[in-house]
Each structure stands twice: as C-alpha cells, then as structure tokens.
Design a protein around this ligand. Structure first.
Ligand code: SF4
Length: 442
C-alpha cells in the first residue's frame, strides 16, 4: 500500500533540521508521499525506515525494458488506471511471433517486413517493436538464427527450458524475455532467467495461481517478471488485464505488480487477432504477441497506441517556422497556421496534394489548434507579426501575401496594422477547402 504523508512522517527523525531543503520533516514527508522527492535527501533516516520507505516508494507496476543492440521496448511503470487521471507512460510493445516449424526463408521474409516497416504519423516515426520465436517441433536455434540474420529487434523466446538452455549462452543479447514459466517449469525457467539476466513471463490458469507463481519466481531471485494470463478472448483478456492492473495500482499488490503479456496471435482469425490487439493496447497490455503482420493492420494499431500513450495535457507539436510546400517562389502566398501537429499536417497535406506552391508559416501557439489558440490568446496579430519577422518571411517574397485561417478572420485588420505593406487575406475555415481557395481566390 502507498504510504500517506503522516505515515511517512512517523518514520522520519522529526528533528526539523532542514538539511533536506524543506523547513520541516512533515513538509518533506508530504513531498515523499507525492513521489516528488527522493528519500536520499534526508541523511538521517534509519536503516529500518529506509527499507520500509523504499519498498513503499517502488513503482506499483515494475518497469521492464527488453533491450537488444540499441533497441529497447519498455513496459510497466504505470501509475493510473485511466489515461485522463495523469497519462500512460510505456506504450504496449508489438511483437510478431514466428514458429520454428516454419521454413527459415519464410521466417526471414516475415521478419524483414516488420524490420522494414516505419510510418510517419504527424511527424512521429511509428514502428513495430520486436520478434517472438516459439518452439513448435522444429529447429529452435535455427529459427532464432533466421530472425537474427534479418534484425536485432528485442526478442521473446517461447520454448521449454531444455531447448533454451543450450541456446542462451550463444545469444549476445541485452535483455531477453523468456516464456513461459508455469507451475511445472518455473524452477528451471527461473534458473535460466537468473543466469542470463533475462525477464521471465509467468503463465497460470487463474490469477490465484499466478500470485503463487510470481512469488515463487521472485523468491528464486528473478525480479523482472511479466504476467501472461492464460485467459483468452475479449472477455477473458479484459477481465484478467483489468484485475491485474487494478490490484497492482489500487492495492499495491506486489505479486501482480508486473507488466502484462497478451497473445492476440492465439485468436482464431487475423481479424479477431487485430481486435484483441486493439483491446489490449487500450487495456493494459504491456507486450503483445501477434501472428500476422500487414501494413493495413499495423498502421491503425500503431496510431491507436500513439493516441492512447500521448500525454493528454501536452498536445503533439511541430517546430514553429516557415515551411516550403511544392517549391514556392517569391510570388507565392504565405499561409498561416499554428504548431498543433494535426493542424499543421492537415493544412500541409492539403496544400501538397493541390500541387500548388505555397509557404506555410507555423506560429508558436503552445501546440494548440487555431481556434483554441485564438481563444487562449496564443494566436493573435502581435504573435503572427512577430513570427513573420522572426522567420524573415518578408525577405523571401516579392509579393507579400499572408493568408489567415478562416476562423480568425477577425484578426485581419490588426494583422494589417502590425505588418504594413502586406496584403492580408482570409482563407477557408477548413483545411480541406485550402486547394480550391489557392486555385480560385489567389
Ligand atoms: S533532513 Fe531529515 S531530519 Fe532533517 S528536516 Fe529533512 S526530513 Fe527532517
């Protein structure tokens, strides 16, 4: 359970010496309870109190990062059940699962498609995160070799301990995830995970059994545990994931305070697999193993993940500045917009698809859309004029034409006053109407 400020205060020396930078021990305790300072700032805490407070200060969901050759996929470290309460921190890692019963060429081909896939979404590069290899009666080492001949993305290895044991010493990996430790295999799997500093996925048929399993694995010396519920289907996965996350966050129940691994790839059809993956992205999945990879399903899953894991209090922004679209010249118009990335990409895409040249002046508006920024006083004549000068826009033009977004027509008179010598026009309200405006009005 998380400790309150008063509970923490009782474990501090209560001398109010101020060496921690706070006027009283109580003030320091309150900051500790809010996880805004480190306990190490107080040099006088007893060893017993330190042990108790460190345990209480540990994150409720242990962060686990799978690493390999510069790649990293982090899961865990979440502090809220619902995104609007604060934010989600560690985007669900998406893994393609291949089987050692498949021909090596087929494995290489599938893995290559994942490794090559990258898509630009509002200026952010979205990619798949890793590969899982599952033993299925074939040559497991050869299958892992086929994967590694293509990519060094992080790996999940799903095989019995006897299969993993001879292979692990040959793999020069940062941090692997081994699967699955069950009621029968956990001693041998824990030994392997400990010896090779790997994370270990535990699988049990009920959450009661899972608690007992993770406690035994932890007692065996493995700290990085991943919970892989055996439940399948939309209802089963949702119930298991939600219960685990709720117990970890609301009860600080350490035996379930680990990231979750889900297997949408076990679904009967590729369509259901995608639906299960979407649900797991929204509801607490930490690592998702999928059996199919196609751009048309990868893209919506990545965009969904991106939307859920952005900070709702910080809009996605693009760099303010003067952008060139379709090679504009000194006679071409300057369109003005804000640095909210979706606004920017909406306008930029429309201008680009029109085939007509234009300059796009992206003003500093703290990442807000045009109307929001205008209402908040972050998009006004003074700021627009300031950015026109800051980015030397006038020096690039013979004919100085500035086009304001249609929603802010009210600013046109003030902008003319701020920018003498400029012809100020009012553009359309919606980005979709920009091409026809460029063709007809200009
Ligand atoms: S340094 Fe420790 S003892 Fe001194 S005021 Fe801060 S919390 Fe209290």
């Amino acid at each position: 359970m998380a400790l309150s400020g008063i509970q923490i205060y009782k474990m501090l020396p209560q001398t109010n010496c101020k060496e921690c930078g706070f006027p009283t021990c109580l003030a320091f305790a309150m900051k500790l309870a809010a996880k805004q300072v480190e306990l190490a700032l107080c040099p006088y805490v007893s060893e017993d109190s330190k042990a108790l407070l460190s345990e209480a200060a540990a994150p409720p969901v242990r962060p686990i990062a799978l690493k390999s050759n510069g790649y990293e996929v982090l899961s865990g470290n979440e502090v809220v059940l619902f995104r609007h309460e604060k934010r989600f921190f560690s985007p669900a890692g998406l893994f393609l699962r291949v089987y050692d019963s498949e021909p090596e060429d087929s494995i290489r081909h599938k893995v290559q498609a994942v490794a090559d896939y990258a898509v630009d979404y509002v200026g952010i590069e979205l990619k798949w995160d890793g590969i899982a290899v599952q033993a299925d009666g074939g040559d497991f080492a050869a299958a892992v070799g086929a994967v590694r001949s293509v990519t060094h993305l992080p790996l999940v290895l799903i095989a019995p301990p006897d299969t993993l044991k001879p292979l692990l010493p040959q793999l020069n990996e940062g941090k692997l995830l081994l699967a699955f430790a069950t009621a029968d295999t956990w001693p041998a799997m824990a030994e392997l995970a400990k010896a090779h500093h790997a994370a270990l996925a535990a699988q049990a048929s009920s959450l009661d059994e899972m608690v007992s399993l993770t406690e035994k694995i932890k007692a065996a010396g493995v700290d990085d545990i991943v919970i892989a519920p055996a439940q399948r289907g939309l209802h089963g996965t949702l119930m298991a994931n939600t219960t685990v996350r709720r117990m970890a966050l609301k009860q600080t129940f350490r035996a379930l305070g680990y990231p979750l691994l889900n297997l949408p790839g076990d679904a009967p059809t590729p369509e259901m697999e995608t639906i299960l993956a979407a649900q797991a992205i929204g509801k607490y999945g930490g690592f998702l193993l999928m059996d199919h990879f196609t751009p048309e399903t990868a893209y919506p899953l990545l965009v969904l993940r991106q939307n859920i894991y952005t900070d709702p209090q910080k809009p996605i922004q693009v760099q303010p500045g003067l952008y060139e679209i379709n090679n504009p010249g000194p006679e071409d118009p300057v369109l003005v917009t804000t640095n909210f990335s979706i606004t920017y990409f909406s306008v930029a895409n429309e201008v680009e698809s029109s085939g007509l040249p234009a300059w796009l002046l992206v003003t500093e508006a703290e990442g807000m859309s045009v109307l929001t920024a205008w209402a908040a006083g972050k998009f006004d004549a003074e700021r627009i004029a300031k950015d026109v000068k800051r980015f030397n826009v006038g020096q690039k033009l013979n004919r100085k034409r500035l086009v304001l977004p249609g929603h802010t027509a009210v600013l046109s008179g003030e902008v003319e006053e701020e920018l003498p010598g400029w012809e100020v026009r009012v553009g359309p309200r919606e980005a979709v109407d920009v091409p026809s405006f460029l063709k007809q009005a200009l």
